[in-house]
Design a protein around this ligand. Structure first.
Ligand code: ADP
Length: 262
């Protein structure tokens, strides 16, 4: 009888705690879901007025009276810069809100393709930014890098890492991109983006992948950053079942190493 009562008591306790935790979880999950939806809706809604503002600025830029005047031209340049920054922020927020809304691997559109031309195109896109700072770009890759992955997302990942490497490298520095696939049984794509830039202090290495984290807010803002790039990069890598690591030394440079099973 005693053993029976003990079993009954434990059973009731387990059931009660199960239902209580469920009841507590539902509102938390619901609140989390609503918050994600709010961020997604807000960033989506803000994109329309932003594109209206941009086309108005473009219309004003056609007025010779305004562009001739140094003061108004300066204001128009500033407006355009801020619109660009806000559009990027809205797009990044929307990407992360979408990333949160479903299982990451379900959001990938995988295909088998050669990654090398994608990497070359991304480098070309950033060439102008690099040449403005006299930064030399190097590229190491075998003839072809055949992989099965989401081409757009991997290109976005490369863009984020290269853009950061250029942003955080002083004039006259170097940025090196290396890509390769090892021919093992389980093929692995390796991407390395190495720079001779300002580096990252050891106490920040764990945090740079957090949303909105920036080592130096003023410098990042001045470079047009808002601390979301690396969290998007991390999400893309993890959605592919891969890993991303960074090695860095302040004043010497950083290397971001991505490994993705492909
Ligand atoms: P941001 O838009 O500020 O560049 P990220 O999420 O891409 O945001 O990066 C977060 C922070 O990590 C940056 O603000 C910067 O402090 C640091 N960081 C990223 N890449 C590098 C790099 N290659 N060299 C030095 N610091 C970097």
């Amino acid at each position: 009888v005693l053993i029976g009562l003990a079993v009954l008591f434990i059973g009731v306790a387990v059931l009660l705690s199960y239902f209580m935790s469920k009841r507590a979880l539902v509102p938390i999950q619901e609140a989390y879901h609503r918050q994600r939806q709010f961020v997604a809706d807000a960033s989506h809604e803000l994109r329309t007025p932003l594109s209206v503002i941009l086309s108005s600025v473009e219309a004003l830029e056609m007025e010779e009276e305004l562009t001739k005047n140094e003061f108004t031209q300066k204001l128009l340049d500033r407006l355009r810069e801020e619109i660009k920054r806000m559009t990027k922020l809205m797009n990044d927020l929307l990407t992360l809100a979408r990333a949160d809304s479903a299982h990451a691997s379900l959001q990938l559109v995988k295909e088998t393709f050669d990654f090398r031309p994608h990497a070359e195109r991304t480098l070309r896109l950033l060439e102008e930014l690099a040449s403005k700072k006299n930064i030399r770009m190097h590229f190491h890759s075998p003839e072809s890098v055949m992989i099965t992955a989401d081409a757009d997302k991997l290109t976005q990942l490369l863009y984020i890492l290269l853009d950061n490497a250029i942003k955080y490298t002083p004039d006259g520095g170097e940025v090196t991109l290396s890509i390769a696939v090892n021919p093992a049984k389980q093929p692995m794509l390796t991407i390395s983006v190495k720079d001779t830039g300002i580096g990252i202090p050891p106490e920040s290495l764990d945090r740079i992948f957090d949303r909105f984290y920036r080592v130096d807010k003023a410098r990042s803002r001045q470079q047009g950053g808002h601390g979301l790039g690396l969290s998007i990069a991390k999400w893309i890598v993890e959605a592919h079942g891969g890993t991303i690591h960074v090695q860095s030394e302040v004043g010497k440079g950083s290397e971001f190493i991505v490994k993705i099973p492909c």
